[in-house]
Every structure is written in structure tokens, then in C-alpha cells.
Write a protein that binds this ligand. Structure first.
Ligand code: ATP
Ligand code: MG
Length: 601
């Protein structure tokens, strides 16, 4: 492609809308343009990158035996009502764009496709002889993200590969899941990315086991905890670890103490000269279920620990039926204003005890009249501990479960694992932390969707049973930008060869010099004939501008028809290493071809 024929506009200044390097660079180098919040145009250079990523994904999917198809983006609400996710996706998570057609039928724009694919399976899969079966598609997805940001990393319209598998039993699902794990590793490796696979929380998609593929980068929104021995890695949302043992308590008798101005654990520990591991803190949440019921949740946990809200949400989901619900719409720590809606009098925040009275809750419709009391494992074995006295400015010391506080019935494991914690598989291993960009997520769904939607098949024994399912997603557009986040320098992008929009760029420093022009043209023809994807910078611009642009857009090899033309040579520069070398004109195509083949092998 000739630059003079391209939509080629680069920016010298950093665009104000961009916060992280990859986003800035893709804008500056003319790969993407923003049209609205979380909505981007993929310009021709970007589209080539996306097609290359898609092709790698496609090859690896086909190699697992999966078949490509294309599912509708416009999805009838009925399917989502059948699976029970219409509410969660349009209201709780609010991630699905929902609309109404002229006949007032409700529809959603596909954020994911479990419902559609399960409907197809229900319709077409009848017998165990058709199993296992794998389908996938590569397509734009729509999600009304609360905070679209970082360009393509969190868009509201983005490209995803989503795949689904159907099985007669768990063993067959696990075999396919293992093959998918390998395929995902191959995809990321072929795209030239440094990554880690980690245990993950399945979130609203559901199911039993799931793993995420994280591209390691500072800008990542996810935190990964891992052990140095390589035996354990998990998203912090899911991670488990051993809490440090508590310090012995300095208090032997139960007493009430005046502790003015100690709303925080740190303040109370300083005043009472004790360790946060000897405090039971009581944290209040309000959870609203989809039946409209609001439940006030009091979590007692050891003072030095934090609550993992994903784990808390999972616990509360298990109680949904108890409140006549299927799902939780919101879970938050109520601020003063929110408390006014349900509290009979101001709560002693910062000084609450595990037995705070239920009469703080107004008798009102849609309000559960008792605190749902949960205790985290870390607080269960504490003795002679410090906790609030249910009165502002007072704590109690030397308290025990049983005397005077009743241990809540529901003992849960919802503490947040932290870097520095001991690993569960080996206490000598300390967990380390890294930032990651989630690129892929694979799930063992089991029968969640098939059961809800009645997708059954007839097994060998002639019984009608639900299909066992798996699902597998890769963010194609997110992956492409993550590659830039991992590979750039002060001059611009450094594309991994496998996904670079073009492999080589021929720069003619001076288009007024006919020798340079004819050498450039000759090379352009030869390189294209050799199957090397080549750009020709034939613009009437200063050499400096051309060199800057070539670096900015990150093409792996730059060929310059400069001074050494007089001895029949051109300069070839590698974008990644910065190394340059002179090659005879007639050797350029064959040499480059060899380099590229080697690099992609
Ligand atoms: P996240 O936690 O980052 O929101 P997710 O768990 O919602 O991701 P999945 O539903 O598992 O993501 O979707 C599969 C893949 O699609 C993700 O691993 C990610 O690569 C990509 N993806 C998800 N949301 C977005 C988005 N808003 N923009 C770009 N890519 C996305
Ligand atoms: Mg998401």
C-alpha cells in the first residue's frame, strides 16, 4: 500500500482523552478514532491488525475441532428470561443494551451468546451421537460498561471470539476445556504476548471452574496473586491464602472502654495499644435482591483483614431463594443518606458490635427486619478480642464468642487475599502481586443454561438429560491493544511481527531524487511479489517526518533508499532492536522473507 493513497493521519501531540500508553499511541498513530464514549472506529491499519489476530484465533479454534458460525447480535428478551438473566443483565449489572421494537417486543444487543447458542442446541441436538460439538464466532459485542476507558481495552462495542461446547458428560467437557486452555496459550504466544493463566471467579456467566488469561501489564485493571514456584495463580477476586496468625491478646477481662475519636481500626489499636489482629470489625452492607427485598448484612471479620466483595456477593447469591429472589441487583456500603431510608436512629458507625440490635431497622415493606449476620473465618477463633460497644466513642475489650456475643450461624470465607500472604499449597510460599489485562476467559458451565432452557439430549441409555456445556471467550480488540501496552518505546508502537498491520515499510527519504524513487518502486514490487506485506512511504514529506511516522506506527522492518544507493545498497532497520544493516538491493526481498519466516515459525 502506498501512503499517498491511504487515510494516513498521525498526531504529534498526545490526545487528552487517553490515559495509558497503548491508547495514546493507537490514537496518535492513526489506528483508531473515538466516535462516542467507548465507541471506536477501527481505521485501515487497525483493521489489518484485528484481522490478523482473528485469523490466529480462527486457526487455533479450528485446530481444536470447533466450527465457525455467526450468531445474531439482536437477541429476543424471551431467551434471556428463560435463562433467568434478563433482569441481571438489563438491571443488576445493567450491561446489556435493551430496546423495544415497533411491536413493543423487547430485545437486547448481544453482550454474550449463551442463550442463543443454547436455543440452537435445544433445537438441533437430539442424541449423544451428535456430541461433543464445538461452535464459535468472531463478532462485535455490545456492553453498556459503567466506565468505558482505555480505548479498546474497555469499549462498549468491541470484538470478541466466543465459543461454546456441548457434551454428554463432565469428562468430555474437561477434555475440551483442556484443549481450549492449550489453544488459548497458543493464541497468546503466537501474538507475541507475555501472559499467565489464572483461576477466576465465573461472575454472572456462572458455572463451576473458570480460568482467565492475563496479559501482564501495569495498566491492567485486574490484580493477579501468584506464588513464585508457579503452582498457584489467581485473580484477586478468587484468590485464597492463609491469613497470618493473630497476635496474643493483651486483654484478659471483659470491659467497656471509652475510645473517643476511634472510628478506624488503626485509631482504636493505637489508643488501646493492641494489634488489629485482636479486633473484630463489623462492616455493614446493604444488598438489594431482584424481588425488591433489601437485606442489611453485617460482616464480622478480623481487624487486619479486608472483605472481598466478589466473595461476599457469591455468598449472598446463595441466599437469594430465601428472599424470594434469583439474583442481587446491588451490594453497597450504605452512606448516611442511604441509611436514612431504613434506620430508626443513627447507627454507631465505627463502634458497632456483632450483636447490634435489629431495632435499628424500620419495620417497612421490602425490608428484611433482621440483620443478616456473617462471620469470616478469621474472626471465629479470636479470644479476648476488641470490638465496638454499640455506642459512639466506646469499645469493649476482652470479648469472646459465646460471652457476651453469639457467634453468627453463618461462617464464611470472604477475606481478601493479599500480597505477602502465605500460599495455601505451601506455607513457605508468599503470594506476589502483578497487574494483568484479562484477554481470555474459559468456563466449565455445566448444565446451568441447558437446565434453565430445557436443552436436553437422549443418552446411550435412552434417557433425556441436560447437555453439559462449556464457553470460551477472547477479547480480540482488547488483545490487539494489550499487545501495544506490552510493546512500545518513546518513539511509538513496536508491533509483534505476527500481528503487525504490515511487515515492512519502504521509506523514500527524498521523492525529488529519481534514483531513490525508482529503487523504492522496484523494491515495493519485489517485496509484494515475495508475499511481504509492504507499505511504501512515497509522500512528499521531509525525511525526518517519514522516519518519525514509521517508528510511530511500529512496522517491524524499515527499508530506507538513502545514501548507500550509490553502491547499490539500502539500509534495513529493525523496529524492535533498532539495529540497522545494509543489504544489496537485489537481496532485500529474499533476506526479509527469510527473517519473517524464521520469526513466525
Ligand atoms: P472484564 O472483567 O474485563 O469486564 P469480563 O469478565 O466481563 O471482562 P467476559 O465476559 O469473560 O469478560 O468476556 C470475554 C472477553 O471479552 C474478556 O476476557 C475480554 O478480553 C473481552 N472483553 C470483555 N469486556 C470487554 C470490553 N468492555 N471491551 C473490550 N473487551 C472486552
Ligand atoms: Mg465485564
Amino acid at each position: 500500500m502506498r501512503l499517498t493513497q491511504m487515510l494516513f493521519v498521525t498526531l504529534r501531540e498526545n490526545p487528552v482523552e487517553a490515559e495509558i500508553p497503548s491508547h495514546k499511541l493507537l490514537l496518535r498513530a492513526g489506528y483508531i478514532r473515538r466516535i462516542g464514549s467507548g465507541i471506536y472506529v477501527y481505521l485501515p491499519l487497525m483493521w489489518r491488525v484485528l484481522q490478523k489476530v482473528s485469523q490466529i484465533v480462527r486457526e487455533e479454534m479450528n485446530a481444536t475441532g470447533a466450527q465457525e458460525c455467526l450468531l445474531p447480535q439482536l437477541q429476543p428478551a424471551e431467551l434471556w428470561q428463560e435463562s433467568g438473566r434478563w433482569h441481571t443483565y438489563t438491571q443488576a449489572e445493567g450491561i446489556m443494551f435493551a430496546l423495544q421494537d415497533r411491536q413493543e417486543r423487547k430485545l437486547g444487543l448481544g453482550p454474550t451468546h449463551e442463550e442463543v447458542i443454547t436455543a440452537i442446541a435445544r433445537d438441533m441436538l437430539r442424541s449423544y451421537r451428535q456430541l461433543p460439538l464445538q461452535l464459535y464466532q468472531i463478532q462485535s459485542k455490545f456492553r453498556d460498561e459503567i466506565r468505558p476507558r482505555f480505548g479498546l481495552l474497555r469499549g462498549r462495542e468491541f470484538i470478541m471470539k466466543d465459543g461454546y461446547s456441548f457434551h454428554s458428560d463432565i469428562e468430555s467437557l474437561q477434555q475440551t476445556y483442556a484443549r481450549m486452555h492449550q489453544a488459548y496459550s497458543n493464541i497468546l504466544q503466537r501474538c507475541g504476548l507475555a501472559f499467565r493463566s489464572v483461576q477466576a471467579d465465573p461472575g454472572a456467566i456462572g458455572g463451576a471452574g473458570s480460568e482467565e488469561f492475563m496479559v501482564l501489564a501495569e495498566a491492567g485493571e485486574d490484580e493477579v496473586l501468584y506464588s513464585e514456584d508457579g503452582q498457584y495463580a489467581a485473580n484477586v477476586e478468587k484468590a485464597i491464602s492463609l491469613a497470618s496468625p493473630p497476635q496474643p491478646s493483651p486483654f484478659t477481662t471483659y470491659e467497656r472502654r471509652a475510645t473517643p475519636g476511634t472510628e478506624t481500626i488503626e485509631q482504636v489499636c493505637q489508643l488501646l495499644q493492641c494489634s488489629p489482629t485482636q479486633v473484630v470489625k463489623n462492616v455493614l452492607y446493604q444488598a438489594r435482591y431482584d424481588s425488591g427485598v433489601m437485606v442489611l448484612v453485617l460482616v464480622s471479620i478480623r481487624g487486619d483483614q479486608d472483605i472481598n466483595e466478589v466473595k461476599l456477593q457469591n455468598e449472598l447469591m446463595q441466599l437469594a431463594a430465601q428472599y424470594g429472589s434469583k439474583t442481587i441487583l446491588t451490594l453497597e456500603i450504605p452512606d448516611a443518606k442511604a441509611q436514612q431510608l431504613w434506620a430508626t436512629k443513627p447507627l454507631p458507625l465505627g463502634y458497632m458490635a456483632p450483636d447490634i440490635e435489629n431495632d435499628y431497622i424500620k419495620p417497612a415493606k421490602n425490608l428484611s427486619l433482621e440483620f443478616l449476620r456473617l462471620v469470616d473465618k478469621t474472626a471465629v477463633d479470636l479470644q479476648h478480642y476488641v470490638t465496638g460497644a454499640n455506642e459512639v466513642g466506646y469499645h469493649v475489650v476482652g470479648a469472646n464468642w459465646g460471652d457476651p456475643f453469639r457467634l453468627p450461624e453463618r461462617v464464611v470465607d470472604i477475606r481478601k487475599a493479599k500480597p505477602g500472604d502465605r500460599a495455601v499449597h505451601d506455607e513457605t510460599q508468599r503470594l506476589q502481586s502483578a497487574r494483568g489485562i484479562e484477554i481470555g476467559h474459559i468456563f466449565q458451565l455445566g448444565t446451568k443454561y441447558s437446565q434453565a432452557m430445557g436443552a436436553t439430549y437422549t443418552n446411550e441409555q435412552g434417557e433425556e438429560v441436560p447437555l453439559v456445556m462449556g464457553c470460551y471467550g477472547v477479547g480480540v480488540s482488547r488483545l490487539a491493544q494489550a499487545a501495544v501496552e506490552q510493546s512500545y518505546d518513546k518513539n511509538g508502537i513496536i508491533w509483534p511481527l505476527a500481528i503487525a498491520p504490515y511487515q515492512a515499510i519502504i521509506t523514500i527519504p527524498n521523492v525529488a531524487d529519481s534514483a531513490q524513487v525508482s529503487a523504492g518502486e522496484k523494491l515495493y514490487t519485489e517485496l509484494n511479489q515475495a508475499g511481504i506485506e509492504t507499505l511504501l512511504d512515497d509522500r512528499n514529506e521531509r525525511a525526518g517526518v517519514k522516519f518519525k511516522d514509521a517508528d510511530l506506527i511500529g512496522i517491524p522492518y524499515r527499508i530506507v533508499t538513502g545514501r548507500s544507493l550509490s553502491v547499490g545498497k539500502v539500509e534495513v532497520v529493525s523496529r524492535a532492536s533498532g539495529q540497522s544493516q545494509e543489504l544489496l538491493l537485489e537481496e532485500v526481498a529474499s533476506t526479509l522473507k527469510q527473517w519473517i519466516e524464521q520469526a513466525l515459525a
